[in-house]
Design a protein around this ligand. Structure first.
Ligand code: PXG
Length: 460
């Protein structure tokens, strides 16, 4: 077979892709008929595809490219580490400098007594670790019956069996089932589910479902609660201000462990190093991945409190780990990414420059006839599309307003995702005000075109 390169015609690349490459979360036949967009290059917030389009990436890849694409420093660190020690494991009483340095750096950045890191290759793996960690914690404490983990509908925690089961997405459960000992309460999505309650009342009601669930299961059965500070894949659902304080009160009252899934919200996304700081949470365990390496290498992990880690240690050997736990190349690259985030003041840039500038323009999108609410925390935002802002009505079934709008964005060289009737963004944290203007202008144009299409089809 000839070497496959960037210089091949797009159609040939698409045909080979369709023939051999199984894509995640994709209808293979639908994609094969259409052909996948082939990305070839990235720099800062910009991507270039095989047809030469310059695309502004409003999603930072898959919520992960926090420092932007194409930073040479990371490539150099990876090359150096591969030459020096390309791989060694951390299983059998062995360690290496990249894993040591990265764990120490994460412990320094993480709040409170979150001082211990168990490495994984991804967010899903890290959440699988968390299931085993919290159950093991209660075993060692002599309370083995505490096994149930409470999570939320429309939460996302990955797509391994453990991560997919923790998540509250029924289409995922429908493909392969769900492991036992995980239950779901309702999500704090006021726009879609709040009815006539105020956001504050609704936030309390949804948080109090946790207390009701703990009491109905029995405190002696419950190990932990897991949640994303802001649901990402579920549509950038920002909870009402009353929600997290009430959750924290409840987990404290019943002494159950709190896992904050910071895979998206970690490493600057919300304008602090961690979303837990933005919402005043005190988790026992944090799940991390994505922004930890800005997606330059696959790496994730669990940041574990001293309290939990010391109990796990008391129990002797914990039978858990991955070949690539603390992989030296991934760890070295993640460390360099954290250095750049810190030394270039990128989290401050989010808080003081990019967020305030984007917030003004993002909230102004509610002037558009079909944009209901606009939410933005740090650089994580959503807009809810509606035919009637007053009643927060939904578009008729099958109108596919999100999908239509996403297609218009794609055509206008903007990556903005759709989740149902919401459009979401999560751009690289290094985005400048000038680039924000381009993003917003393209978003507005796409919304206008989408609205025109809906009108032409008699759907609004
Ligand atoms: N937790 C959270 C909060 C996530 O967002 C994971 C865990 C799993 O991480 P890995 O590295 O195993 O993918 C994620 C991942 C989407 C989308 O459609 C979101 C994610 C992954 C794929 C698609 O928004 N988030």
């Amino acid at each position: 077979m000839n070497k496959i390169t960037n210089h091949m015609p797009t159609a040939e690349l698409q045909a080979l892709d369709a023939a051999h490459h199984m894509h995640p979360f994709t209808d293979a036949n639908g994609l094969a008929a259409k052909g996948a967009r082939v990305m070839v290059r990235g720099k800062g917030v910009w991507l270039t595809d095989s047809e030469g389009h310059r695309i502004i990436d409003g999603m930072a890849g898959l919520w992960c490219v926090n420092i932007g694409y194409g930073r040479k420093e990371l490539a150099e660190v990876a090359a150096r580490q591969m030459e020096e020690l390309s791989y060694y494991n951390t299983f059998f009483q062995t360690t290496h400098v990249p894993a040591i340095a990265l764990a120490a750096k994460i412990a320094e950045l993480a709040p409170g007594d979150l001082n211990n890191v168990f490495f994984a290759g991804s967010g899903s793996e890290a959440n699988d670790t968390n299931i085993r960690l919290v159950r093991r914690y209660w075993d060692v404490k002599g309370q083995s019956e505490k096994r149930i983990i409470i999570s939320r509908k429309n939460g996302y925690h990955g797509s391994t069996m453990g991560g997919g089961s923790l998540g509250g997405m029924s289409p995922i459960h429908a493909h392969g089932g769900k492991i036992s000992g995980i239950v779901h309460i309702d999500q704090p999505d006021w726009w879609s589910e709040g009815g006539t309650m105020t956001p504050e009342e609704f936030g309390l009601e949804r948080a109090q479902q946790l207390e009701k669930m703990i009491l109905s299961l029995g405190v002696d059965q419950v190990a932990a609660f897991i949640g994303e500070p802001i649901q990402g894949a579920g549509g950038v659902i920002v909870p009402p201000s009353t929600y997290w304080p009430e959750i924290q009160r409840i987990v404290d009252k019943y002494g159950i462990l709190l896992i904050a899934d910071e895979v998206i919200t970690g490493f600057g996304r919300t304008g602090n190093w961690f979303g837990s700081q933005t919402f005043g949470l005190r988790p026992d365990i944090m799940t991390i991945a994505k922004g930890l390496s800005s997606g330059y290498q696959p790496i994730g992990g669990s940041i574990v409190s001293d309290r939990v880690a010391s109990v796990i240690a008391e129990g002797g050997e914990f039978f858990h780990g991955y070949t690539y736990s603390g992989h030296p190349v991934a760890a070295a690259v993640a460390l360099e990414n954290l250095r750049i985030l810190e030394e270039e003041g990128i989290v401050d840039h989010v808080r003081n420059v990019a967020h305030p500038y984007l917030a003004e323009r993002w909230h102004a999108l509610t002037d558009h006839p079909m944009v209901g609410e606009a939410k933005l925390v740090g650089l994580m935002g959503s807009i809810a599309l509606t035919p009637d802002k007053g009643t927060r009505a939904k578009f008729p079934e099958g109108s596919n307003v999100g999908y239509r709008t996403r297609e218009r964005c794609f055509a206008n060289n903007l990556i903005m995702r759709a989740v149902g009737d919401r459009m979401i963004i999560s751009p690289p944290l290094v985005i400048t005000p000038e680039e924000i203007d381009i993003l917003i202008d393209r978003a507005k144009l796409s919304l206008d075109e989408s609205l025109a299409g809906l009108r032409a089809d008699g759907l609004i």
